[in-house]
Design a protein around this ligand. Structure first.
Ligand code: 5GP
Ligand code: ZN
Length: 113
């Protein structure tokens, strides 16, 4: 049984309970477009297992599942050749608003410095 948290938005999205269209899905990870995009392409890559952030010491397997999906998601979004930025926020000062580990993939245009 995979660890999830009942009141967590990204657990609900990743399990399919909240009907958000996936850009990508595999056994361990889903990706979907950010509801409030900060770039022409802004997609979130989210492990199905609930973990808050890096302070919770995710296993190397979980991290490799998340980062291992990056090239496939970039390819699907059509930005693998043009380039993209990966951002991952931890805690209040970083403005982490959803407390389920995720990485932001941004691209599709020249990003700010
Ligand atoms: P954080 O600030 O925690 O790193 O990023 C959370 C991201 O989740 C934000 O960019 C926000 O726009 C996005 N987000 C929050 N709620 C939803 C939602 O219901 N659906 C989708 N697709 N994105 C969401
Ligand atoms: Zn969660």
């Amino acid at each position: 049984m995979r660890k999830t948290q009942g009141d967590c938005l990204f657990c609900k999205i990743a399990s399919g309970e909240a009907k958000v269209p996936f850009v990508y899905e595999d056994e361990h990870v889903v990706a979907f477009d950010d509801i409030s995009p900060k770039a022409a392409v802004h997609t979130l890559i989210v492990p199905k297992e609930h973990i808050e952030n890096l302070n919770d010491e995710p296993s190397s397997e979980l991290l490799s599942n998340v980062f291992g999906a990056v090239p496939a998601v970039a390819h699907i979004k059509g930005i693998d050749e043009t380039g993209y930025r990966i951002i991952q926020n931890n805690g209040d000062d970083a403005r982490q608003t959803v407390h389920h580990l995720h990485v932001h993939m941004q691209g599709g245009e020249q990003l700010p410095e």
